[in-house]
Ligand binder design. Structure first.
Ligand SMILES: [Zn+2]
Length: 397
């Protein structure tokens, strides 16, 4: 070190010492105005509105299947006189499992085990023709319940009480065209309790969605809403392909951090809550990987939050076509199918990727690095990106 550098070192040391008191005073006054303390996490845990069907808040009550620990399910296989089985029950079991269970193990970071007991001994013949069950007209609660109770009649053996009953039809049953979830208690016609919910699979599983339809429908058993629009608009209208409660075959099917928090897969310590005006900085780590901070939740009011999470092209989202900070709003007063979660398009000028304008909606230093939520007085800015995570700044006016 030569004399010149030593002098500079001494000068700068003195400078820091001399200024320390002043800086301390400045930072104290700034704390009150632009660096609010981290909000109590409960401020961001919007309560569900139980009058709103499948409200996306905390504590929604509909005898929901467990989302942590073990979700027990029982799987039976059915066929029909007009559309008889052309395969083995085991082959259909293997179509769904273990892939769907592994999906939950990964998405929940090990918090949820899907334990399916399957009777693969045979197909149980339904008492009526497949074409008689009304799938082509759409199902009501009553017609869906009739199908399930017919399956239980056909099974004609005791099923130990379980969380979810899976009814799997032969892939030859073209009449059973889609895969709805029955959200009421499942009982036999004799009134014997079987399960909290039932998922009855259909041809769309085999033809279009593959095993992920089980993860979508079982999401409903845990009381997650549909994120695609019920009004016939494009499936990706509200959230693109970012969560399989929207488009099942989307490029980024992992559940949103908001729902992982609600389901108990993310702890309070992994969420940063912003509930006051000011400027704060936060580090996000990829949602797809276990551990670290996963979301910043910015409270707008008692029923709406903005969420920022970091999505990467890894694990369950390995087919993702863009990566960065994903922003979306959550409304607890918006029912399933009406857009309770809406992804904000930070790149409105682009045409998107993987077939949807919202699939590249993310903020990143390589693209658009800041976004202002109009009408909410919230701005999110990406400050830095590294292997340790992405740092963002949240300004709330
Ligand atoms: Zn659904």
């Amino acid at each position: 070190m030569d004399g010149h550098l030593q002098l500079m070192f001494r000068v700068s040391t003195w400078y820091l010492l001399l200024c320390a008191t002043t800086e301390w005073i400045i930072s104290v006054s700034a704390t009150a105005t632009s660096h609010p303390p981290r909000a109590d996490i409960s401020a961001c845990k919007l309560a569900a509105n139980n009058d709103v069907y499948l409200s996306a808040g905390f504590g929604y009550e509909l005898n929901c299947a467990p989302s942590t620990g073990t979700l027990n399910a029982f799987m039976i296989f059915v066929d029909f006189a007009d559309e008889p089985a052309i395969e083995t029950p085991q082959s259909l079991h293997d179509f769904f499992l273990p892939a769907a269970a592994e999906w939950y193990a990964t998405s929940s970071y090990g918090a949820l085990t899907l334990d399916v007991t399957a009777d693969t001994s045979r197909f149980y013949r339904m008492p009526a023709a497949a074409s008689s069950y009304g799938w082509a007209r759409g199902l009501s609660y009553e017609t869906h319940q009739k199908y399930i109770q017919d399956a239980l009649d056909a099974y004609n053996a005791t099923i130990p009480p379980t969380d979810v009953l899976y009814v799997v039809p032969t892939a030859n049953a073209a009449s059973i065209s889609f895969s709805p979830t029955f959200m009421g208690d499942v009982q036999t016609r004799a009134g014997v309790y079987v399960a909290k919910k039932s998922v009855t699979f259909g041809l769309d599983a085999y033809k279009t969605w593959k095993y992920l339809v089980l993860n979508h429908e079982t999401g409903h058993t845990m009381c997650l809403p549909d994120y695609y629009p019920f009004n016939g608009s494009a499936t990706g209208l509200f959230i693109g392909g970012w969560d399989l409660m929207g488009l099942i075959s989307g490029p980024s099917p992992d559940y949103f951090a908001w729902d992982k928090w609600r389901l108990g897969w993310l702890s309070d310590e992994q969420i940063n809550c912003v509930a006051e005006s000011g400027s704060t900085t936060h580090t996000l780590t990829p949602l797809e990987e276990a551990g670290g901070s996963k979301a910043v939740v910015i409270k707008h009011n008692g029923t709406n939050v903005l969420v920022a999470e970091l999505r990467s092209a890894s694990d369950l989202d390995s087919a993702s076509c863009s990566t960065g900070v994903l922003l979306y709003t959550v409304s607890t007063t918006t029912a399933t199918g009406e857009g309770p979660v809406r992804v904000l398009d930070a790149t409105p000028g682009s045409s998107g990727c993987a077939g949807d304008k919202l699939n590249d909606a993310v903020l990143s230093l390589a693209g658009t690095s800041e976004y202002t939520v109009s009408g909410w007085g919230i701005k999110v800015t990406v400050l830095s990106e590294s292997s340790d995570g992405t740092e963002i700044k949240v300004d709330v006016s």
